[in-house]
Design a protein around this ligand. Structure first.
Ligand code: DGT
Ligand code: CA
Ligand code: CA
Ligand code: ZN
Length: 576
């Protein structure tokens, strides 16, 4: 059983318990689910080696949940879960994905209208049976229809953060076959797009038939969509479609270029090739007359033959990179290993699954020079935000801990909510005492564009804010960004020397690539944070870096590539 599958069962249990009106337990199940989801080892492996006791070593998993997981992983079934499900709609998790629907409403819809699935919900909304229910209305019905649209769209594409480990595993599985000399995932995944439609794998092998046989008979294949001599497509159990093509060594670069896309980039490149009297396709670059092979073994030689440098896959989108490549003026993008610290992380003090100790050791293992602990502020009740006096104590505790910690600087701060009024959730008295303040919008997403813009711009006037957290509030394929004049928000951040966050959570990636680029052009500075809610969550950093690269950022644009000594230049309360 995969981590994501085990996590899904735990998430479902949390929802089902909440529907029954059970207190506290749902939160515990959700914390455990998130922790399993973010684990870098296989939960099944941990269970196989250490049984129930092994499971209890995982953050957020105590005796009760360990027992349930023990049964689930041992037998593939969980009685407790099956019993809970009997009383409620079978497809609860897809209903939970619809914005505006929570356990209570789902329960109501189930009881009054017999709604069990997304399909039922859509039918009911379209025939206006929902508007008359207590607590709902025409507006709610309309919003639900919009939400259903979002969920349906989301199902067609997988988040990069979920697809990336699958892609890497396939690369190494295929790459380690005796008759395969290389296996590389191209397509949107190689460009590190925020979601991917399918995976496109290129394989170099002298035995294409063996590759096809191996690929189509892997145990995680749910369905074979097509099987040919050098090309096959399958649907994996994870829901991801994978295309594999076997190519020759001398075409590998041309194929990699072609299948890495994106289409706009490719179309323009091919036009340039034609203008230079070449022909460009997935087999190589050829002379137009006589079809003599010119290049194709590597991507670099293909671009070079066209008079260009080779742009990094992340920026291939026909947004000026082709022109820059021809002028030998491609941007030097921030590297995947260049972040020196994470400035947004949660612990068990608010809604995280790991304690201070675990978070700091994990950050140390990542090789960081610093990490900021930024638990939630008072208004975030669902996320166990801290009252001002508790935050004050917590800051002291973090500082005590920091004193005893070698090899990494632990910064004491908070993720402070920006209230609807544009004020911050804590008084200046306590903000003053923090090394770092991340300010974020967490409520009242539906205010008007003017209101939201004023709210954020007003907050950015506070001299205690260092970072604007997840600036647009979007959740990929679940929640649209809130309405706000992003230009005005970015300008306010620039004017007040406040860094914009690129939040690396797989479903946030906020700011997104195009905003990042726009903000850079307006002179903004950035930090890339994970907003980790567990030690394993710190690993999401690469997703944020990918977003930064897609937004053309270099090392200089990102403040958290700086060593500790230079942070005081950007963060006025940090002393080194
Ligand atoms: P996805 O899968 O929707 O996330 O996006 P991609 O970019 O991976 O698109 P996909 O899987 O349809 O095709 C992979 C790449 O193959 C694409 O990025 C560019 C190339 N490609 C596909 N169809 C065409 C085409 O009609 N013309 C050209 N020039 N390239 C194509
Ligand atoms: Ca693809
Ligand atoms: Ca494809
Ligand atoms: Zn956070």
């Amino acid at each position: 059983m995969k981590n994501s599958e085990a996590a899904k069962v735990l998430y479902d249990i949390a929802d089902l318990l909440e529907m029954q009106g059970v207190d506290f337990k749902p939160q515990a199940y959700r914390k455990a689910a998130r922790s399993v989801e973010e684990l870098s080892e296989d939960v099944a492996e941990i269970h196989r080696k250490g049984g129930k006791e092994g499971l209890k070593q995982i953050a957020g998993i105590g005796e009760g949940i360990a027992e349930k997981l023990d049964e689930l992983l041992g037998t593939g079934k969980l009685k407790y879960y099956d019993e809970l499900k009997k009383k409620f709609p079978a497809h609860i998790s897809e209903l939970m994905e619809v914005p505006g629907l929570g356990p209570k409403r789902i329960k109501l819809l189930h009881e009054k209208l017999g709604i069990k699935s997304l399909g039922d919900l859509e039918k009911a909304a379209k025939s206006h049976r929902i508007a008359s229910l207590p607590g709902l209305g025409e507006k709610a019905e309309e919003d639900l229809l919009k939400g259903i649209g979002l969920v349906k769209k989301g199902k067609e594409r997988m988040l990069l953060g979920l697809a990336l480990p699958i892609a890497r595993e396939l690369e190494s599985r295929l790459g380690s076959l005796k008759f395969v000399s290389r296996a590389v995932v191209a397509g949107s995944l190689r460009r590190r797009q925020e979601t991917v439609g399918d995976l496109d794998i290129l394989v170099v092998s002298y035995k294409p038939k063996e590759v096809m046989d191996f690929f189509t008979s892997m145990k995680d294949v749910q369905r074979i969509l097509a099987k040919g001599e050098t090309k096959s497509s399958v649907l994996l159990r994870s829901g991801l479609q994978v295309d594999v093509r076997v190519v020759e060594e001398k075409s590998f670069g041309a194929a990699l270029q072609y299948f890495s896309g994106d289409i706009q980039h490719n179309v323009k490149l091919r036009e340039i090739a034609i203008r230079k009297d070449f022909k460009l396709n997935e087999y190589g670059l050829f002379a137009r007359k006589g079809s003599k092979y010119i290049a194709g073994k590597t991507e670099e030689e293909v671009y070079k033959a066209l008079g260009m440098d080779c742009p990094e896959p992340e920026i291939r989108a026909d947004r000026g990179e082709i022109e820059a490549a021809a002028r030998h003026k491609l941007p030097k993008l921030i590297g995947y290993g260049s972040i020196k610290g994470d400035l947004h992380a949660h612990t068990t003090k608010s809604d995280g699954a790991d304690g201070l100790d675990e978070m700091v050791s994990a950050a140390k293992k990542m090789g960081y020079e610093y990490i900021a602990i930024t638990d939630h502020s008072v208004s975030e009740r669902i996320a166990s935000g801290l009252k001002e006096e508790d935050m004050e104590k917590w800051l002291k505790e973090i500082r005590e801990f920091a004193k005893k910690t070698n090899g990494i600087r632990v910064l004491a701060g908070s993720e402070v909510s920006i209230k609807a009024s544009g004020e911050l959730d804590y008084s200046d008295d306590i903000l003053k005492k923090m090394d770092i303040v991340v300010a974020s919008v967490h409520s009242r997403f539906k205010s008007s564009r003017d209101e939201m813009t004023r709210r954020i711009v007003n907050a950015l006037g506070s001299k205690y804010i260092d970072i604007l957290g997840h600036p647009t509030g979007r959740l990929i394929s679940r929640r649209e960004p809130y309405e706000a004049d992003m230009k005005a928000v970015i300008k306010a951040a620039v004017d007040n020397n406040i860094c914009l966050e690129i939040n690396s959570q797989p479903d946030r990636l906020d700011l997104k690539d195009t905003h990042v680029r726009e903000a850079k052009e307006m002179g903004a500075k950035f930090v890339i944070n994970t907003d980790a809610h567990s030690a394993a969550g710190l690993n999401y950093m690469e997703l944020g870096i990918a977003t930064a690269r897609r937004g053309w950022l270099g090392e200089k644009d990102v403040v958290s590539t700086l060593p500790l000594e230079e942070l005081p230049k950007y963060f006025r309360k940090i002393r080194v």
